[in-house]
Design a protein around this ligand. Structure first.
Ligand SMILES: Nc1ncnc2c1ncn2[C@@H]1O[C@H](COP(=O)(O)OP(=O)(O)OP(=O)(O)O)[C@@H](O)[C@H]1O
Length: 417
């Protein structure tokens, strides 16, 4: 494993982090895994209470990269992580999201063998969680801030770490150049680390974690402190790391960085919009407990759709709202429009088309001309707020249901008004 952490030295069960970094890894090329993605993999219907581990999709055909049950960490009387069940399919980018203090870092540290669990069991890369030395050689990690030698160039930092990682000397130079290219630093490899921007430092640290060609890459808040350009570069990089960019590459360099085989990436973040764009799989925690786990797409799938209706004349707002109430449709009147909630599966469904056509005909029959009927998409932020609120109120590991969706859609509407 290669871990980059903030502290200067840090004794672990698997080794010592040398001057904030350590490299324990197998040389690249071993244990290849086939390509694949679970982005659009089928799963249980929305509303089912859990995502059973036996149903976790894996387009790679391989067992889950991470499958742990009842993961718990207690610090004295405080329970930081409380019986987490986590299953992550091989080959996905998995987002690990939760409010401050939710237990994300503690969980990642337990998975990396840096913190001993108080309870729980399972496997990481098919090896026992309780024997981290068995899987850490196939894991790369960036925990907290990048931590490399300030006075050395990016290239020399990577070279030193590659040697420490046991990569044969004859392969080191080529490996380092490949990594510099992959993280977008080919033109700056000769510059001292301390002269790098924060985004460059983060990308070099990810490059260090990639040196051993890990099958699992764990990134704790890699976008922390980055400006929008740095975030965009990080997004492109992370998307390239599983070897199957989830969207068309943004630059020629992106296209060249695609990895020919699968790798699982677990990334924690507070930036939910980023997580939505990058991650196939999502794990939401609150108070050390699981609030959601499953495909990101599924979290966004809704049973109801909010539609903004705008009449030609403002004096029609009140009659339109009454009309919708008469049709049994929940509606909220705004200054220039009315937002109606249609219980119609999704925007592509026939029910949705029928419901809107009915609203349109009813409005026309009352002499109300609608000049806009536009669906409003819940953001991941809205969904996340709903999950966190439900978890704080004692909710369990439920994917979104009609009730949850409607409840926080209303909250989101209120916030927008
Ligand atoms: N070494 C420790 N000793 C005592 N309590 C700890 C320790 N490490 C973490 N905690 C507590 O465990 C809880 C979870 O912390 P953790 O850092 O895992 O959360 P987090 O989700 O990563 O938060 P953030 O997003 O703010 O980094 C917090 O209440 C924290 O104070």
């Amino acid at each position: 494993m290669h871990v980059a952490v903030r502290r200067t030295t840090h004794a672990t069960r698997t080794g010592t982090l040398l001057d904030m970094t350590t490299a324990i890894g197998r040389p690249p090329g071993a244990t290849p895994t086939p390509p694949g993605s679970a982005r659009s993999a089928p799963g249980p219907a929305a509303g089912s209470p859990t995502w059973p581990s036996t149903d976790v999709p894996s387009a790679t055909g391989l067992p889950s990269a991470i499958d742990v049950r009842g993961l718990t960490k207690r610090y004295g009387r405080r329970t930081a992580v409380d019986g987490l069940d986590i299953t992550i399919p091989t080959g996905v980018v998995a987002g690990f999201v939760g409010p401050n203090g939710a237990g994300k870092t503690t969980t990642l540290r337990m998975l990396l063998g840096l913190v001993r669990p108080s309870g729980g069991d399972g496997t990481v890369l098919g090896q026992p969680l309780r024997a981290p030395a068995s899987y850490l050689p196939r894991v790369g990690a960036l925990i907290e801030s990048p931590a490399l030698y300030p006075a050395l160039s990016g290239r020399r930092n990577l070279t030193a770490l590659a040697v420490l990682a046991g990569i044969p000397r004859a392969q080191v130079d080529a490996r380092v150049e490949t990594i510099l290219d992959q993280v977008g630093l080919a033109g700056r490899g000769g510059d001292r680390f301390r002269s790098y921007s924060l985004g460059m430092k983060q990308r070099l640290a990810i490059g260090a974690a990639l040196l051993t060609d890990p099958d699992l890459l764990v990134l704790d808040e890699p976008t922390n402190g980055l400006d929008p350009i740095g975030i965009r570069e990080m997004r492109t990089l992370i998307r390239s790391l599983t070897g199957r960019p989830t969207q068309p590459p943004e630059t020629d360099a992106d296209a060249g960085s695609a990895r020919p085989r699968g790798r699982t990436v677990l990334v924690s973040s507070h930036l939910l919009a980023e997580v939505e764009q990058i991650c196939d799989w999502l794990i939401v925690v609150e108070g050390g407990r699981l609030a959601y786990q499953g495909p990101t797409d599924r979290l966004m799938a809704s049973h109801t759709v909010d539609v903004v209706l705008r009449p030609e004349h403002d004096h029609d707002l009140a009659p339109l709202t009454d009309l919708l109430a008469g049709l049994g449709l929940p509606a909220t009147r705004g200054e220039r429009d009315v937002v109606v909630t249609v219980d119609a599966g999704d925007r592509e469904s026939r029910e949705y088309v029928r419901a809107l056509a009915e609203v349109n005909r009813a409005a026309a029959s009352r002499g109300i001309t609608l000049i806009e009927m536009s669906p409003r998409r819940d953001s991941l932020e809205d969904r996340y707020q709903g999950l966190v609120t439900a978890a704080r109120a004692g909710g369990a590991t439920h994917p979104p249901t009609t009730h949850t969706s409607t409840a926080h859609t209303s909250t989101a509407q209120e916030a927008r008004r």
